[in-house]
Design a protein around this ligand. Structure first.
Ligand SMILES: *Cc1c(COP(=O)(O)O)cnc(C)c1O
Length: 231
């Protein structure tokens, strides 16, 4: 019998491909980010053995103990809330920061990178549901933030990221996914995005990644459906 992580990954990859085909998209245009927060590195290793290379973590402190155990070939995205006092280790541990949502954070990141003469891919996180307690820049402020980040020498904006309001029915998230796709198209038309290759749209989690793909996601962030329920 196959181990559960291997089976889960296989199922998710099939579901990703099927959703892509339903939307007349090439399944190879969709990246699967395995969200490994609260998963011990020994279990992440099982996913690595299945050829899964892209991972997402939410906490710098936790990532610090896990990432060094897992070898050189993996790509780590930071997807949590980044506090300014954690920027230094975050820059050392992660290849991509998906959660840039304020100018101040972008400027500090850029300063740390300048000291290392290193550039980094980032996403702009959008609070697409305008939820008061959620991270992300408000949609109406996104263009202003994007323009500011584009001016920073060591940051390369790879795309947009969002976590829509949670609903048990994934269909309810579709209007938010659609708004994200429209925002991306608008920024591309204004030549504010797409300077570093085809821009990414990071949206969709375990319960709604298929809807997200049908609405244009290029990167889905899936945790529970791969590693099981977190404690
Ligand atoms: C935890 C988390 C995920 C994964 O959520 P699941 O429901 O476990 O798939 C995706 N994105 C972000 C930003 C997260 O914090």
């Amino acid at each position: 019998m196959k181990k559960s992580i291997e089976k889960n990954l296989e199922t998710i990859r099939e579901r990703v491909a099927a959703a892509a085909r339903r939307a007349n998209r090439d399944p190879r245009d969709i990246k699967l980010l395995a969200v490994s927060k609260k998963v011990p590195w020994e279990r992440i290793k099982e996913a690595v053995a299945c050829g899964q290379l892209l991972y997402g973590e939410n906490y710098v402190q936790e990532a610090r103990t896990k990432i060094p155990q897992l070898g050189q070939d993996l790509i780590w995205h930071f997807i949590g809330h980044l506090q300014s006092n954690k920027i230094k280790p975050a820059v050392e541990l992660f290849q991509v920061i998906q959660t840039v949502d304020r100018v101040k954070l972008a400027v500090s990141l850029n300063n740390h990178l300048a000291a290392l003469s290193r550039s980094m891919s980032v996403f702009i996180q959008i609070n697409i549901g305008k939820e008061p307690r959620k991270a992300g820049v408000l949609p109406e402020k996104a263009e202003q933030l994007l323009r500011a980040v584009n001016e920073l020498q060591y940051l390369r904006v790879a795309g947009l990221m969002a976590i829509p309001p949670f609903t048990a029915d994934p269909g309810m998230a579709r209007p938010y996914f659609r708004q994200m796709r429209e925002m991306l198209a608008d920024f591309m038309a204004k030549k504010l995005l797409g300077r570093h290759g085809q821009p990414e749209l990071s949206m969709g989690m375990s319960h709604d990644f298929e809807a997200a793909i049908e609405e244009g996601a290029t990167l889905v962030r899936v945790g529970t459906a791969i590693f099981g329920q977190r404690d």
